[in-house]
Design a protein around this ligand. Structure first.
Ligand code: AMP
Ligand code: SF4
Length: 468
């Protein structure tokens, strides 16, 4: 998962607007950030490891002048976390710069990487985006649009991409629409982003989403769009965007994620009621569902844990040790609110179980009488191959333990997850439009046995059971 943003406007300072846009998308990736700006002829690109606010300052932004910009906040999935993999990536098309910002993960890069390298492309990093860049650079097509169309017929997987070339910005989305990408308007131009929560900071208004399989171009003449790849009947919008990744104030399919998460919490109570003194959440991601659980049950919501505002999402730090230390730095209990009480704690998901285990210990150490864990998504049974670091199957707690074993492992008095049906009911979209593979193992874009093996989904005895 990454955040992408772009803007074309002659009235606004586009570098600054992109900086603000990336700030609003920081939750989608915290490892590196970059902005490329063009004045229609020359392109400047600045990127580095770190948060948006660490990479950019006033001087750097002042030097980025032009009327069209793209930006990227990276969360590493494929490719290690280093500067060579930071984006935007600048490729060359017929001798001219083209900047690329990518959110997603491709499935056939090994073969393509070899093919492009054998034709002379010098890879410097390990990211999928470089493979896209190589295909664009090696294209014999006359226009960039044609080269992009060819690329879309060649790559397989999840991609929401924005290109910056001369005076144009070009957005494309894979035919299953796995990752989000939306278009908005500003006073005299257009803006695009992974989520519409990035529009309001630049005075933008939501227009529509870029459709799965669509190429959407913004240039001097306005906007042009074409449906390139037949929209597959089977779409695959990531249900985890609804559960956790996207910001609660973003809107997908005309509904705010906040209200959908509250509904998840309501459904969770209906399916798994329990008596207690208070409902608390794992802030911030579990809060809307905890509020829903509280509203549906009538059990008061309390702030039992306070989050240190200056710590990012711990999961995003790729190293396990950092992740473990991170949990302790991140949350502090409010003793008065929970001491001696029966508590229901709601989180949006359990992946490895590391976070939950530490939180429960924290609650027990604070003197909580009973801990009832409620999770506002189903059990995560399968890894993701489309751009989310949900670990390999052998690390997923629900794929390796029964519900009773998880209860014991986390040391809770009871545990329950939202059902698969309860999740779909809250999202309010037909199942065929969603990717729910983490829960049901039904991958909308087929994954090779080799890739499955790399995440322990397929061992030497054949596929492992994946439906939970
Ligand atoms: P874990 O300790 O692995 O069980 O992590 C689960 C916690 O991380 C939950 O509190 C979620 O809010 C959050 N989370 C779940 N999935 C992800 C993900 N793929 N990336 C970042 N954070 C996640
Ligand atoms: Fe989202 Fe899970 Fe599908 Fe990955 S496998 S795209 S995280 S629903």
């Amino acid at each position: 998962m990454c955040g992408v943003f772009s803007i074309r406007s002659k009235k606004l300072n586009v570098a600054q607007a992109t900086y603000f846009g990336l700030y609003a998308l920081q939750h989608r990736g915290q490892e590196s950030a970059g902005i490329a700006v063009s004045d229609g002829k020359r392109l400047k690109n600045v990127k580095n490891v770190g948060l948006v606010s660490q990479v950019f300052n006033k001087e750097i932004l002042e030097d980025l002048n032009g009327f069209i910009a793209i930006g990227h906040a990276r969360y590493s999935t494929t490719g290690s976390s280093n500067l060579a993999n930071a984006q935007p990536y600048v490729a060359s098309f017929h001798g001219e710069d083209v900047a690329i910002a990518h959110n997603g993960n491709l499935l056939n890069t090994d073969v393509l990487r070899q093919e492009c390298a054998s034709k002379g492309f010098k890879f410097v990093g390990t990211s999928d985006t470089e493979v896209i860049a190589a295909l664009i650079e090696q294209s014999k097509k006359e226009t960039l649009e044609e080269a992009i169309i060819d690329m879309m017929h060649t790559v397989v997987g999840a991609y929401s991409l924005i290109f910056l070339y001369r005076d144009k910005m070009i957005a494309v989305r894979d035919p299953h629409g796995i990752r989000p990408l939306v278009v908005g308007t500003v006073e005299d131009g257009f803006v695009m982003a992974s989520e519409d929560c990035a529009f309001s900071v630049v005075g933008g208004k939501m227009l529509r989403e870029v459709m799965p399989g669509e190429i959407f171009i913004v240039d001097e003449k306005g906007t042009h769009s074409q449906m390139l790849l037949t929209e597959t009947e089977r779409r695959g919008f990531c249900s985890f965007e609804y559960i956790y990744f996207a910001r609660p104030d973003s809107v997908f399919n005309n509904k705010s994620l906040y209200s959908i998460r509250v509904k998840m919490g309501r459904n969770l109570y209906r399916e798994n009621p329990v008596e207690a003194d208070a409902v608390i959440s794992v802030p911030d991601s579990g809060t809307p569902a905890a509020i829903g659980y509280s509203r549906e049950s009538g059990i008061p919501f309390a702030e039992g844990l306070i989050k240190n505002r200056y710590i990012g999402r711990t999961f995003i730090q790729p190293d396990q040790l950092l992740r473990e230390v991170g949990v302790k730095l991140k949350l502090n209990p409010i003793v008065d609110a929970i001491n001696g009480k029966k508590i229901i704690i709601v989180d949006d998901s359990i992946v490895r179980g590391t976070t939950s285990k530490k939180i429960v210990k924290l609650l027990r150490d604070t003197g909580v009488k009973e801990v009832h864990f409620r999770v506002s998504s189903p059990r995560v049974m399968n890894p993701c191959f489309y751009g989310i670091d949900t670990a390999s199957k052998k690390e997923l707690i629900a794929a390796n333990m029964s519900l009773d074993e998880i209860r014991e492992e986390l040391d809770v008095d009871s545990i329950a997850y939202l059902s698969y049906e309860g999740l779909i009911n809250a999202i309010h979209l037909p199942k065929e439009q969603l990717c729910l593979a983490c829960f049901d193992g039904n991958y909308p874009v087929s994954v090779s046995d080799q890739l499955k093996r790399s995440k322990h989904l397929f061992d030497d005895n054949g596929p492992r059971s994946s439906v939970g």
